[in-house]
Design a protein. Structure first.
Lengths: 484, 1040
């Protein structure tokens, strides 16, 4: 019976030692929310990490690709990223349905921007509660407040530029905030106020945003201040949905921001893993996207705006040296004629080709990619000069920087007059700034009544949000809906 | 904090052991010997019958000759009568009262074949082992004899068509993938799963059926919902499947029993779908497709896809599916060995499966399982059992199915995928396919299969150790420890030079991920039986402690600095990325099961259970569950002519579902070292609770039929729901998991077993099962939302309060002109004036009459009276599902066939919708249509394709019947074996021809109507699913 006894003891021992009855278990995979907003290091990561999320999400394929094809900048017949249907000719309505294949076009910018905004609000709330962020023994809380304001301004700017309306929320809003929409102009005003706060907080400061948060691009307070000024100028200039609104813009204010804007390209350095611009990667991938023939037509007016009867037109030629340097002729078309030959183009964008997916994987999404070229800021100054009628000579100089400097075209001069200068500005915006800022071509054509008829002038609030709020779903574009 | 009750139970167990072991036990040298023979009605010996005196736990099993002998020790010779029972599956048990006396006595038994299964014993969900006749709840028992004719690849697949109330579907037909089962409908809306709790030899299996072979199974007991499964508390709202594996207990004493079986066969696709064999392009004079100066194909003005692809040459038409989904051979081997001697018995087996499926190039799925089950009687009061399973499975990419099918179903028909750029293409399976042929191609599916070294490896170690102790005849205590260890490892290697879709050599990539899950459960049971006059009471008290630890790690790199060295060490360190996660789950459960049996007439069971789980939110850590059931065996009280047995029963109970690990935690998410917000935690989260009532009738009548009818009603309240939140208004959170839905289900299920012919040489019996389940969303604490449909799918299944489960909302195309009247845009327009513009085309859709046959022909979308164009287009729930299993024995021959199917309900053919995109589906082919009734491809690729939004064109009738299992076997018989001189070595031999999924009768146009996504039979969507394939095999089995 010794065996039984021993076994009984063993069983009892196993049972007592093996049963851990504590039911309180921590989730070790993610930071606890209460801790993340009370611990200075986590608040720092919360705010600082928001910069990368802003960069990646702003440069996302949604709505970057859809806006590009709606502007006839890039073209593609592929169904991905809303490219096929939002480039349909004649235009059809944006399919605003929570089950739509193209649902991410509106849904992604909506949820990403508000998620980053909410994160910035949490960080700013923590700072307001007295959490101090230290760099060694130096209190750098101001720096992080500036970043938080930048994130608020940048995300609200995106909402104002992309959607017809949005919620204006910040760190002082109740949670949940009331579901009250504000029209895009009011969202833009709120965004500008946040950018102004960030501008004030960074002016004259000597700190530098750590490389971990702003990739290795030497983001000193001074550089940051320039970037914020450029973004403020962009917001004012690009918010208009039509010519009349463009005419009504406070161009003096645009100029005031832009002259304090960037003096070199804002070009975060891609490393494939953490920093990359996805929309620009596809823009530089000829097997996925091509340059719309309308852009080629701008450089060579003899070249048609689309393939006549699906037949390849004669190869374009241009006095603009950039046709050869920035664009590459392609002998084959990857698209199906059954989806409409208006998608066809023999030209690919090649200025940053190694960044694209067709290149060797070792260079894909590696290295700097300009999100805002210095030329973009200069052209905003030039446009303000022309529209204010104040300094046409400065405008001509700024235009010629790239028109002559890169395009080797005949220079424009103040004497050409405002309309010619504006046309030259638009040409530079189209060619020189091709595939830089996501949505840039769309905003620039939109504000000049330059989009094809029945193209949505902005996206509707995504169906998913409307359904969550219990509101009716609506959309824009196509024959049966308004365009704005 | 430790729970005092747990301590008390442990202390009780320990002291009972101590008590028993302290008592002096006389070591009897003599005793009573019971001997005898067990035969069938024809006087033939019955081997392997168990002979047992239950009250003394003494007994044995019969030899091949049907004889038995066992001894009872002196101290048990009390002069009182004891019950001696002989029992064998397939026969009615016989009990005889004997009085034990010193010396030998002979008791012979004659067992009669059992018409019904009612005498079988069940142990799941009841207080103690109970005959099916005396159960008060629904328990379906599937025994070895129902699954051995056509051994299934996994235990769930073996249940198809055999369990009323169950829907079994291979939602992914790839080899090694376990089938999905849903018992009496869903309990959730896209969050959590509908899989029953799996218990293997008493151990809760945390990792489901992964890697478990069906070969060792003796029986499976299935509890379908809360009315029966309440003893399993917060894990059991989806039901319970309890598996019992083979043991050595019933083997003949002292004789080694060895069985070897091998199956060799061929796998093939059962049904190929029609593809485009014609195109809409202008032909060159030589019959090839004309290509213009720009290198582009020129579309015919009429847009009719009716020109043939070339029939010869490199660009001849190929049916890519038939070309690249070849017949492949598979193999399955099994050997088992068992032995019983005195107090020790063991059973051991090894099985090996090699199954490449129907994809080319890859080796496929391979699995080896080793099992060892041992039982040891230590003393008359104390015995031990151990069970151990080791499973090892590998796969080299055959399970990457969906992606491959996605590309293959859309491959251009006029390319040789092996050399797409012509016979001299330097790259085999070149991913860079000629653009003019392969416009919008989905890539060359074969390049990745051939050039990606994939290893998916799963290891499973499942073991349990049980000690049973019976200090007195009325009390037994048992304790068990069970452990389930699963280890998965996956790696994928693309060497330096791996080509991208443009044919550019890349720097290669390597990824590896591994996860391990180790779960243990410790269970202590105390069972007391007592007779109060004529009322027998069984009380079972249980404590169960569960712990589950999970850890995962993955790393990947995308550039090799050194070629030919497939390690991370050879990679550019700046391209490496890693991630990891870990979690622990704990639960403590207490329950009491009380059974009453009044003279086998009136039966009742009461269950109370209290569960504490770390998965419940901090505000609701403990939850109670209950069960109450009763039955009346009417025929024990009244003689009803023609009825041998009639039982009425009723049960009510609750069971739950546990939330997922992360649902309760208020956290930010962290990725790449950056913190961000996503889901807001819910500390108030409770288990979802299902309350089910069921009423049932069991009847045996005319000595031939055994029928069961059960009606069940259930409501799962507090079902988990990712309630969408406004990211904008909540500061960045997009959803929160809440107990926010109520799902109701009503099931009527029935089964009928009968022996149609019972003769000496000829026997025929069949089992018919059928069930009808209606599922409904009673309450939804969120706006309507859609859930996904798996790979390449959009979220199209629609959940809305008041709606049935499995519905799709989308575009409905008008099929009658009068439907246009509903559209507010047509207000004031008369039907006659609409008919002047619109008519129904020969495909049955309303189009503009003037556009028929033109590229502008497009179907009109239905708009309802409120201006809404998103309407219900599909209902997935079948009217009923059924199974029909037949067995015919004629002398040594056995013919077995199982047909099962589904009547009604619809399927969404999402694969076809995608195939419209690039003119691949045979629907678009106009070659067979008379000239006047052809349609331009635009009608399909723009109109019906509908930008991949759900529409009514792709909703199809989901009715089908499948010849799922068929076998013809011949038992060579002992006489024949003796005649050929092998009688001393071989006990038995059987040869069989076996078929699986041989034929499907259906109007569904896709590859297989047994289609569902996300493993949920309610989501009847066919999206590039790996089809369930046909297998034809020969099998030979030898018993030594």
């Amino acid at each position: 019976m010794k065996t039984s006894k021993q076994l009984a003891m063993l069983l009892a021992a196993v049972a007592t030692t093996a049963c851990n009855t504590d039911l309180k278990i921590a989730d070790l995979n993610a930071p606890d929310a209460a801790r993340a907003v009370s611990n200075a290091g986590d608040v720092q990561t919360l705010i600082g990490g928001g910069i990368r999320l802003w960069y990646i999400d702003s440069n996302n394929v949604d709505p970057g690709m859809a806006m590009s094809v709606m502007a006839d900048e890039l073209t593609s017949s592929y169904g991905n990223f809303g490219m096929r249907f939002n480039s349909n000719e004649p235009r059809i309505a944006y399919n605003n349905s929570s089950s739509a294949g193209d649902g991410a076009v509106a849904n992604d910018p909506w949820r990403f921007n508000y998620a980053i905004l909410g994160q910035a609000d949490d960080g700013l709330k923590a700072l307001a509660r007295g959490v101090k962020i230290m760099d060694g023994s130096t209190d750098v809380s101001d720096e992080y407040e500036a970043i938080g304001r930048f994130l608020q301004g940048a995300t609200l700017s995106n909402i104002a530029l992309i959607f017809d309306k949005g919620f204006i929320v910040d760190e002082n809003s109740p949670i949940p905030a009331p579901a009250t929409f504000s029209p895009y102009k009011d969202v833009a005003t709120a965004a500008l106020a946040k950018l102004d706060q960030a501008i004030a907080l960074s002016a004259g400061k000597t700190w530098q945003i750590p490389d971990t948060y702003f990739t290795a691009i030497n983001m000193t307070a001074a550089n940051f201040n320039q970037l914020l000024n450029t973004m403020a100028a962009q917001l004012l200039a690009y918010t208009p949905r039509m010519q009349s609104e463009t005419d009504a813009v406070d161009w003096a204010r645009v100029r005031a921001y832009a002259v304090k804007g960037i003096d070199h390209d804002f070009a975060p350095i891609g490393d494939y893993n953490n920093w990359w611009t996805d929309w620009a990667t596809y823009a530089n991938t000829p097997s996925w996207t091509r340059v719309d023939m309308r852009v080629i037509h701008e450089m060579d007016p003899n070249s048609p705006v689309e393939f006549p009867s699906c037949a390849t037109p004669p190869r374009a030629t241009s006095a603009d040296a950039r046709l050869a340097s920035d664009f590459a002729f392609q002998s084959s078309i990857p698209f199906s004629s059954a989806r409409g030959c208006y998608h066809f183009s023999s030209w690919a964008y090649a200025r940053e080709l190694p960044y694209g997916y067709d290149s060797d994987a070792a260079t894909q999404q590696i290295g700097p990619y300009p999100m805002i070229r210095k030329a973009e800021n200069d052209l905003l100054i030039a446009e303000a000069d022309v529209r204010l009628g104040s300094n046409l000579a400065e405008a001509a100089t700024l235009i010629n920087n790239t028109r002559v400097g890169r395009g080797n075209l005949t220079p424009v001069s103040a004497g050409a007059g405002a309309p010619a200068l504006l046309a030259a500005i638009q040409y530079e915006q189209s060619i020189e700034l091709f595939a830089t800022g996501p949505g840039l071509a769309y905003y620039n054509r939109r504000r000049m009544n330059g989009l094809q008829p029945q193209t949505p002038l902005h996206l509707p609030v995504p169906a998913k949000e409307l359904q969550t709020d219990g509101l009716p779903v609506y959309t824009f574009g196509g024959p049966n809906n308004p365009d704005h | 904090m430790r729970t005092p009750l747990a301590y008390r139970l442990i202390a009780l167990t320990a002291s009972l052991f101590a008590l028993a072991t302290a008592a002096p036990v006389a070591q009897a040298q003599e005793g009573a010997t019971v001997t005898g023979k067990v035969t069938n009605a024809q006087g033939q010996p019955i081997a392997g019958a168990s002979i047992i005196i239950t009250s003394l736990n003494a007994g044995t099993a019969t030899t091949v000759e049907g004889t038995y002998t066992f001894r009872v020790s002196n101290r048990n010779i009390t002069g009182r009568a004891v019950s001696l029972t002989a029992r064998r599956i397939g026969f009615s048990p016989v009990t005889k009262q004997i009085t034990l006396v010193s010396g030998s006595q002979t008791v012979d038994f004659t067992l009669v074949q059992d018409v019904t299964r009612l005498n079988e014993i069940v142990t799941t969900g009841v207080a103690g082992a109970t005959s099916l006749k005396n159960t008060t709840i629904s328990i379906t028992k599937v025994s070895e004899d129902q699954i051995k004719n056509v051994p299934a690849s996994d235990p769930i697949a073996a249940l198809a068509g055999k369990v009323p109330g169950a829907i079994v579907m291979s939602t992914n037909g790839a080899p090694g993938q376990t089938a999905s089962i849903q018992l009496r409908g869903a309990t959730n809306l896209g969050l959590g799963n509908n899989s029953p709790l799996v218990v293997i030899d008493g151990v809760i299996s945390t990792n489901g059926m992964e890697g478990i072979s069906a070969s060792d199974i003796v029986s499976m007991e299935i509890l379908k919902g809360a009315a029966s499964a309440n003893t399993y508390g917060s894990q059991a709202a989806n039901g319970v499947i309890a598996i019992t594996t083979n043991r050595g207990k019933s083997l003949a004493e002292g004789k080694l029993a060895i069985t070897g079986r091998t199956e060799l066969g061929t796998s093939s696709v059962g049904h190929f779908i029609p593809l485009m064999e014609h195109h809409p392009y202008v032909l060159a004079p030589d019959g090839s497709i004309l290509v213009n100066a720009g290198g582009n194909r020129v579309i015919k003005p009429d847009h009719y896809a009716d020109n043939p692809f070339p029939s010869t040459g490199d660009n001849q038409f190929r049916n890519q599916l038939q070309t690249w989904l070849p017949n492949r051979s598979y193999e399955s081997d099994y050997i088992s060995m068992g032995y019983r001697q005195d107090k020790t018995n063991f059973f051991s087996s090894f099985s090996r499966d090699v199954d490449p499926g129907v994809l080319p190039i890859v080796q496929g799925y391979r699995r080896q399982n080793v099992r060892l089950n041992v039982d040891q009687t230590v003393t008359a009061k104390f015995d031990l059992s151990a069970s151990l399973l080791y499973g090892h499975a590998t796969d080299d990419g055959s399970q990457t199915g969906t992606g491959v099918f996605f590309a293959l179903l859309q491959s251009p028909p006029d390319l040789n995928l092996e050399r797409p750029n012509g016979p001299n293409d330097p790259v085999r399976y070149n991913p860079d396919m000629p653009k003019s042929f392969a416009t919008n191609d989905r890539g060359n599916p074969l390049y990745g299969l051939a050039n990606t070294a994939t290893v998916n490896e799963n290891q499973r170690l499942l073991g349990s150790f049980t000690a049973r102790f019976r200090p007195t005849t009325w009390l037994s205590v048992d304790g068990s420890y069970g452990a389930d260890h699963a280890n998965n490892y996956s790696t994928s290697l693309q060497n330096r030079g791996y080509l991208n879709d443009s044919g550019t050599p890349g720097p290669g990539s390597l990824s590896a991920s591994t996860d391990k899950d180790f779960s243990t459960n410790i269970q202590l049971n105390t069972t007391a039986t007592h007779d109060f006059w004529n009322l027998a009471s069984t009380t079972r008290l249980t404590y169960l402690a569960e712990q589950d630890d999970y850890e995962a790690f993955n790393t990947s790199g995308r550039k090799f600095n050194v070629g030919g060295v497939p390690t991370f060490n050879a990679m550019d360190p700046t391209t490496l990325q890693s991630g990891s996660s870990k979690q622990t789950i704990r639960a403590n459960d207490f329950y009491i099961t009380q059974g009453f049996n009044y003279q086998d007439r009136y039966l009742a069971q009461i269950v109370g259970r209290r569960d504490g789980s770390s998965l419940f939110g901090t505000a609701a850590r403990w939850k109670n569950f209950f069960g109450l059931s009763g039955a009346w065996r009417v025929t024990q009280d009244f003689d009803i002519p023609g009825f041998q047995e009639l039982k009425l029963r009723y049960a009510v109970g609750t069971a739950g579902l546990r939330p997922s690990f992360s649902n309760q935690y208020e956290t930010y998410s962290v990725s790449n070292g950056t913190i961000s917000k996503s889901t807001v935690g819910n500390p108030d989260l409770q288990p979802a609770v299902q309350r089910e009532t069921e009423g049932g009738i069991n009847a045996t009548f005319l000595n031939r039929f055994d029928a069961e009818i059960v009606s069940s009603e259930r409501r799962t309240t507090g079902a988990f729901l990712p309630v969408p939140l406004s990211v904008a208004l909540t500061g960045g959170y997009s959803s929160q998991v809440q107990n926010a839905a109520t799902i109701a289900g009503r099931t009527l299920e029935g089964s009928l077993n009968t022996r149609v012919i019972q003769g000496t040489d000829l026997n025929y019996n069949f089992t018919l099962t059928a069930s009808r389940t209606r599922q409904h969303i009673d309450q939804l604490g969120a706006p309507p939302f859609q859930v996904g449909s798996g790979s390449q799918g959009q979220a199209i299944f629609y959940y809305r309060q008041g709606e049935d489960m499995g519905v799709i909302y989308g575009t409905r195309f008008d099929t009658q002109v009068s439907q246009l009247l509903d559209n507010p845009a047509n207000a004031g327009v008369s039907l006659d004036s609409l008919k002047k513009v619109y008519s129904v085309n020969d495909l049955g859709y309303v189009v503009k009459t003037a556009s028929i046959g033109l590229p502008s022909e497009t179907p009109v979308k239905y708009v309802d009276k409120t201006g809404n164009s998103t309407v219900k287009i599909m209902e997935g729930q079948p009217d009923f599902v059924w199974g029909f299993a037949n067995t015919i024995h004629y002398k040594g021959f056995t013919l077995y066939g199982l047909i099962d199917g589904s009547k009604g309900g619809q399927i969404y053919n999402f694969s076809k919708q995608w195939m419209f995109q690039d003119l691949r589906s045979g629907d678009i082919d106009q070659s067979g249509r008379p000239q006047g009734s052809k349609h331009a491809y635009d009608l399909y690729t723009n109109g019906f394709y509908n930008a991949l939004d759900a529409d009514s064109y792709f909703v199809e009738n989901g009715t089908y019947a499948k010849l799922r299992e068929l076998s013809l076997s011949y038992d060579l018989g002992t006489r024949f074996i003796s005649q050929i001189g092998l009688g001393n070595t071989i006990r038995g031999a059987k040869i069989s021809l076996i078929g699986r999924n041989l034929h499907t009768w259906t109007k569904y146009s896709g590859m297989d109507p047994e289609a569902a996504s996300n493993g949920d039979p309610n989501l009847r969507l066919d999206g590039f699913r790996y089809p369930t394939f046909r297998q034809v095999a020969g099998q030979i089995q030898l018993d030594f």
